[in-house]
Design a protein. Structure first.
Ligand code: AMP
Length: 362
């Protein structure tokens, strides 16, 4: 959406959305899953009204933690598109997260009329693994190699399935023979359709949580996490001999997140990578706007302390839920509890005050 059209969001049309610099007229809205607690809690900390759209049977946390001033129940999250008129009337600003993308898909997100925090133009660059690689390469980052066909495998690889939720079913292989043997078992299951064969990088996985502000033109490093995955993170509790006897296969189904601080001398490179990603994102669509708000680089750091980036998430990631009260890094910068969710709300508040909503809403 161009600037003129987006400007309407803050200055027009349903009678209540005239942007007179008063943020209390707006409601921060998201769907109840993923990082909604953090987003809504952060919005409340900034003084916003909040609204949570909950799927029947999944509403309890949002009631219990009292993060939502209003809850709207739907049979399934996808039904939210039918609520658009109501949401426009509520002066809603939608905050997307992982479940949001799963529930709607990019096409319906692109068509949403309700003001949306983030640049919809970069979504397809995140969703398509090949376009994503192109983006990260333009940023000059080091990526794991992709093997065109199983016969090319000449070292450890991780086989990933498109659309797999949280790494479910991924497996490791070292040769074409092992690849074919393992994929056969997987193919029996519905989940396997398309896959990529990616070089497996031995090292420490670190997920970097960034925030880029088009209001201050600054990149912030908010926090870090690593994942807690089933069963890969519990296999180490079983003796190697038993692992073999049990015929265990590794899977990477995410169950939670673990906090990390990084060796301080890695921070300059972490800032450099984030800045390069923001700069490269401005070349993606021709609108020059690029990515803004929260995003994450998923990396593995080798023993030589080299970063390999295997994925980008162009949105808030669930690892930031660790820091609902701020991280050690945001503590230094802000001196008050500053989660990524709260940072989003603060950005919106600043944009409203400076009459720059069109810069951050789509
Ligand atoms: P993903 O779902 O892509 O985030 O990956 C699931 C898990 O696989 C995470 O624990 C990652 O750390 C790990 N992983 C993904 N890609 C690679 C890679 N190329 N090399 C090493 N580990 C990886």
């Amino acid at each position: 959406m161009g600037a003129t059209k987006a400007a309407k969001v803050g200055n027009s049309n349903n009678g209540r959305s005239h942007n007179d610099g008063d943020y209390t007229k707006y409601k921060i809205v998201t769907i109840g899953s993923h990082s909604a607690l953090q987003i809504l809690y952060g919005a409340k900390q900034e003084g916003f009204q909040t609204l949570c759209i909950c799927e029947k049977g999944r509403e309890e946390p949002y009631k219990s933690y009292k993060v939502a001033d209003k809850i709207i129940m739907v049979d399934k999250f996808g039904d939210t598109v039918k609520l658009q008129k109501q949401l426009l009337g509520e002066n809603a600003i939608l905050i997307p997260h992982g479940t949001f993308f799963e529930a709607f898909g990019i096409e319906s997100i692109e068509k949403l009329k309700v003001p949306y925090f983030g640049n919809k133009g970069v979504l397809k660059w995140e969703a398509d693994r090949m376009l994503q690689r192109e983006w990260l390469k333009r940023a000059g980052l080091t990526l794991p190699k992709i093997y065109e066909k199983p016969e090319d495998i000449d070292g450890p690889v991780i086989v990933k399935f498109y659309g797999a939720r949280g790494g479910k079913g991924f497996f490791l292989a070292r040769s074409a023979e092992e690849f074919y043997r393992k994929i056969k078992g997987r193919k029996a299951k519905e989940e396997v359709r398309a896959y990529i064969i990616q070089e497996y990088i031995i090292g420490a996985p670190i997920y970097i949580h960034y925030f880029y502000s088009p209001i201050t033109n600054e990149l912030e490093v908010m926090s870090f996490d690593k994942r807690y995955e089933s069963n890969v993170d519990s296999i180490g509790r079983i003796a190697a001999k038993d692992q073999l006897d049990l015929g265990l296969e590794t899977s990477y189904n995410i169950t939670g997140n673990v906090p990390v601080v990084v060796r301080e001398s890695l921070l300059p490179e972490i800032f450099r990578m984030g800045e390069a990603v923001v700069k490269a994102s401005r070349t993606l669509n021709g609108d020059g706007k690029g990515i803004y708000g929260p995003f994450s680089l998923e990396t593995v750091i080798t023993p030589e302390l080299k970063f390999f980036v295997f994925e980008i998430s162009a949105r808030i990631v669930a690892g930031t839920n660790l820091y609902m009260n701020g991280s050690p890094y945001t503590d230094i910068r802000y001196g008050e509890p500053m989660s990524t969710g709260r940072r989003i709300a603060r950005e919106i508040k600043a944009a409203i005050a400076q009459k720059k909503l069109s810069k951050i809403l789509n």
